[in-house]
Design a protein around this ligand. Structure first.
Ligand code: TIU
Length: 224
């Protein structure tokens, strides 16, 4: 593998130094992906998210082979809910609230089966897992320090959901000076139209928040 690679992205191709690039996989947890979890309690059709799994798995395999830093994130809360703002727990009219017992354990609580990452994308022991209480992966986490420690400047970002945790994380990262390349088919939303607009918002205005590329383009750049 070359030291750098150029990804056919929008709004323009981008050349990345792989040694300064990490893959960030956002919240590919059973709580969002499977029936009986947090996503479904909010009234969503969780089958909408399955399409992102295979593209992420392909990029994850290539990135592991290339030796890039891999970061997985999980949204969730401590069992005593001390890191869950009442404003979040009380929100809306879900069928079950954060912390309530569900078929995969307590909804969105760390350590429960539903909170963990789906088997297809399960982290290796050597990979970094960031537990986050919010939608963004930088808020109230050690992510910034870890990326600095590894000299990371560029993020390949994928996961769920496009307009919620992916967009929030990309916006946080962009303000912190990271170049973000969002993998379009490696993201998904419960709302297809929000997925499409969520990607458009990132790449509009000359890439106001970052770049958008298909997984095939990322794989091609890594293989070059
Ligand atoms: N509800 C929804 O679309 N998303 C979230 O609550 N969290 C994430 O996006 N991970």
């Amino acid at each position: 593998m070359a030291d750098t690679g150029t990804i056919a992205a929008e709004p323009a191709p981008i050349t990345l130094d792989w040694s300064k690039t990490a893959l960030v996989i956002i919240d590919m947890q059973r709580d969002f992906m499977e029936p009986g979890g947090f996503g479904e309690t909010l009234g969503n059709d969780v089958s909408q998210l399955a399409r992102a799994v295979q593209p992420i798995a392909a990029v994850l395999a290539a990135v592991r082979e290339a030796g890039l830093l891999v970061v997985h994130t999980r949204e969730g809360h401590l069992p005593d809910l001390s890191d869950a703002p009442p404003a979040k727990v009380e929100r809306g009219a879900p069928s079950l609230r954060i912390g309530d017992p569900g078929p995969m354990g307590r909804i969105l609580i760390r350590g429960e089966a539903g909170h963990d990452i789906i088997p297809e994308l399960y982290p290796l022991e050597s990979e970094i897992v960031i537990d986050k209480p919010g939608k963004g992966a930088f808020y109230a986490t050690e992510l910034s320090d870890i990326l600095s420690k590894y000299g990371i400047e560029n993020l390949l970002v994928c996961g769920v959901t496009t307009e919620v945790c992916v967009n929030t994380t990309v916006r946080e990262a962009n303000d912190r000076g990271y170049r973000c390349v969002v993998i379009s088919d490696g993201c998904a939303s419960y709302f297809p139209e929000f997925h499409e607009m969520g990607l458009k918002m990132i790449k509009a205005q000359g890439g106001i928040f970052g770049w958008v590329a298909e997984s095939a383009a990322v794989l091609k750049a890594l293989a070059a």
